[in-house]
Write a protein that binds this ligand. Structure first.
Ligand code: NDP
Ligand code: MG
Length: 407
């Protein structure tokens, strides 16, 4: 059986579940805690994690009476213990504690740590055969087939929490794999959808952080402006559902109402729609294989009036083209794509490169990686992490040259 289950189990009944939330203090974490709060009696919280937001994490741990909490920053352990004083909540710090949180015995785990740091904790949950709601797309982009193979081997169930992939997951149960002809993931186009290339080149951080439809963490909001997020999602869809790059299309849909569509051999296209609110796909994962009540606004298509569509522009948004290149290249190229992008976004936030240089740094790193003969299949988490580490170093070494170059 594949790690992404494509048919609902009619025999299931709503039952109590133990849950852990990796990245509880982030944007996805916040939406997940909101859903847990709405039905407190149904969920028992096993573990919660954060990076360095000790205050927010301790507050959640107390509110939900978590059994274990962990912060990634080892220097914050004593502060965390102080904040939990008088409770029986166990605590830990550092990468090993975040991994322990994934390994703790929860039925359902939300994997919502941001970046490649989310890989090992998610694998800890996967390896014990848990149901893992996967928000962290970097797990797939960095470790690809290896991540899905581990999930299949362990009998883990991967539920896509990313809205587009959740939409595909819902639509895919309308047919069989051999009847599928392509999937379509939508993109809002971000704040620079209608901008000229020269203006995108010079865009400021404040402009990149103004997403028209979604409220999300900083990194993914910048990735949405560059359309690197859609590139990461094309890669994510390929690994999640075992699709070839040619079977995945991107469609710009500025209203973000249709999240994903699946086309079948009879030319039926099945779509999932909803208001742009991450609590809907997260609720789908939390309830699966049943449906639970979601707090998002009811979809009012009369009020919205029009749904419009455009082809993606690979010239103004080269990050999207590079994602298809990385996917076709394989052998760790998608890991390099992600690592170089993380370095580029951090440099943009630190104002050491222009917005337009993000994609240039990714392309230069991918080219240097291939020229250097570094492509090789990934066979372990350590392989993926080593490629991630080396690609970051390569991207950092190329930064000064890219920063100095005009577009
Ligand atoms: P945020 O930046 O809002 O939150 C990230 C979470 O991870 C926080 O809890 C943060 O802790 C923690 N964290 C950060 N770095 C580390 C680390 N090195 N080790 C352990 N924990 C760490 O991100 P989002 O919630 O926006 O995104 C999370 C993931 O979900 C990303 O992979 C993103 O691509 C994906 N996603 C997000 C969507 C969204 O709408 N936000 C939509 C679809 C996918 P602290 O708070 O202490 O910093
Ligand atoms: Mg998405």
């Amino acid at each position: 059986m594949s790690a992404v289950p494509l048919r609902n189990n009619p025999a299931s009944a709503l039952r109590k579940r133990t849950v852990s939330v990796l990245g509880a203090t982030g944007s996805i974490g916040d939406s997940t805690m909101d859903l847990l709060r709405a039905d407190r009696d149904r969920y028992e919280v096993e573990a919660l994690t954060g990076n360095n937001n000790v205050e927010g994490l301790a507050k959640l741990a107390r509110e939900f009476d978590a059994k274990f909490v962990a912060v990634a920053d080892p220097a914050r352990l004593s502060e965390l213990r102080e904040a939990l004083a008088g409770t029986a909540i166990e605590s830990g710090a550092g990468e090993s504690a975040i991994i322990e949180a994934g390994a703790r015995p929860a039925d359902w785990v939300m994997a919502a740590v941001s970046g490649a740091a989310g890989l090992k904790p998610a694998l800890a949950a996967v390896d014990r055969g848990a149901t893992v709601a996967l928000a962290n797309k970097e797990c797939l982009v960095c470790a690809g087939d290896f991540f899905m193979d581990r999930a299949t081997a362990a009998g883990a169930c991967i539920l896509p929490a990313d809205s587009e992939h959740n939409a595909l997951f819902q639509a895919l149960s309308s047919g069989n794999r051999d009847e599928l002809t392509r999937v379509i993931i939508t993109a809002s186009g971000g704040p620079f959808r209608t901008w000229a290339a020269a203006d995108i080149e010079q865009a400021t951080l404040a402009q990149a952080l103004k997403h028209p439809n979604w409220s999300m963490g900083q990194k993914i909001t910048i990735d949405s402006a560059s359309m690197m997020n859609k590139g990461l999602e094309v890669i994510e869809a390929s690994y999640l559902f075992a699709l070839e790059p040619d079977e995945i299309d991107v469609l710009v849909h500025p209203q973000s109402i249709i999240h994903g569509m699946v086309e079948f051999s009879d030319r039926s296209v099945v779509a999932q729609l909803g208001a742009p609110d991450m609590r809907t796909p997260i609720a789908h994962c939390l309830g699966w294989p049943d449906r639970i009540a979601g707090p998002a606004a009811k979809l009012d298509l009369v009020k919205i009036g029009q749904l419009t569509f455009e082809a993606p522009d690979f010239e103004r948004f080269p990050g999207l083209r590079l994602a298809y290149d990385a996917l076709r290249t394989g052998d760790g190229a998608t890991t390099v794509y992600n690592a170089a992008n993380e370095v580029a976004v951090a440099a943009f936030v630190a104002q050491s490169i222009r917005f337009g240089a993000i994609a240039r740094l990714v392309e230069a790193t991918m080219n240097a990686w291939v020229r250097g003969g570094n492509l090789a299949p990934l066979t372990s988490a350590d392989d993926a992490i080593a490629v991630d580490h080396n690609a970051r170093n390569m991207a950092r070494s190329l930064l000064p040259e890219i920063a100095a170059k005009a577009s």
